[in-house]
Design a protein around this ligand. Structure first.
Ligand SMILES: N[C@@H](CCC(=O)N[C@@H](CS)C(=O)NCC(=O)O)C(=O)O
Length: 199
C-alpha cells in the first residue's frame, strides 16, 4: 500500500504516527505537494477532493480521509487504538482534534493564498475561536482519556497541538491551558512523534 502524504500535514501525520505505533511495515509513504489551488495529479487520481492523506491499496479502491485510513490501518494491524469500551469517546476526541486541524489549516491557507488586504480578520478570528473552544473542551472533558493507554484520540490531539505550534505559535494556545500544554510536552517526546515532526 502507498500513503500519499506531506511532512507538514497534521492529518497525514496522524496516519504516520499510527503506522509506527502499530508496527505496520507494508505501507510506503509517498510525499506529494498539494494545495487547494493546485492539486497533485497523483492525489487527484485517488481522491476527487485532492486532499491528503490518501491510502492507495493493492486490493480495492483508494481510501480517505485520515479518520477512515486510521480506522482501516488499526483494523489491518489489530493495533487496538479504538478501545471498544470507550469507542464513542475516543472517536469524539479524534473529531475534536480534527476540528482543530481543520480550522488551523484553514487559517494557514487564508494567510498563504490571499493577499493581506484580502484576508478576512473576522474569519481568521472565528476560526481561532473554534480552536480555543475545542482546546478548552479537551481540557475539561478528555484529560482522563489522554492519560490512559494509547488511543487514536491521543495521537490526533498530539498532532493537532503540534501543528498549532508549527504554524500558529504567535497565537500562543498554551496560555491559560497549562494542563493540556504539559500533556502535549510529554506526549511529543514519544519516539514516533519525534520521528514525524512537521517540516
Ligand atoms: N478531513 C480530511 C482533511 C484533509 C486535509 O485538509 N488535508 C490538507 C492538507 S493538511 C489538504 O490536502 N489540502 C489540500 C486541499 O485542500 O486541496 C482528513 O481528515 O484527511
Amino acid at each position: 500500500m502507498q500513503l500519499l502524504t506531506a511532512a507538514a500535514s497534521p492529518f497525514a501525520r496522524k496516519v504516520r504516527v499510527l503506522i509506527r505505533e502499530a508496527g505496520i511495515t507494508d505501507v510506503e509513504e509517498v510525499d506529494v505537494q498539494t494545495t487547494p489551488l493546485a492539486s497533485d495529479p497523483l492525489v487527484l487520481a485517488a481522491n476527487p477532493t485532492g486532499k491528503i492523506p490518501v491510502l492507495v491499496r493493492s486490493a480495492g479502491p483508494a481510501i480517505y480521509d485520515s479518520r477512515v485510513i486510521c480506522r482501516f490501518l488499526d483494523d489491518h494491524a489489530k493495533a487496538g487504538l479504538y478501545p471498544e469500551g470507550r469507542l464513542w469517546e475516543v472517536l469524539t476526541l479524534e473529531a475534536t482534534a480534527d476540528a482543530i486541524m481543520d480550522a488551523a489549516v484553514g487559517i494557514t491557507y487564508e494567510m498563504r493564498f490571499r493577499s493581506e488586504a484580502d484576508q478576512s480578520q473576522e474569519w481568521l478570528n472565528a476560526q481561532w475561536g473554534k480552536i480555543e473552544r475545542a482546546i478548552g473542551a479537551v481540557e475539561v472533558l478528555w484529560m482522563p482519556l489522554l492519560a490512559g493507554p494509547l488511543n487514536i484520540g491521543q495521537i490526533a490531539v498530539g498532532c493537532a497541538l503540534e501543528y498549532l505550534d508549527f504554524r500558529h505559535d504567535k497565537r500562543e494556545w498554551h496560555a491559560g491551558h497549562k494542563v493540556l500544554a504539559d500533556w502535549q510536552a510529554a506526549f511529543s517526546t514519544r519516539p514516533n512523534m519525534v520521528a514525524t515532526q512537521p517540516a
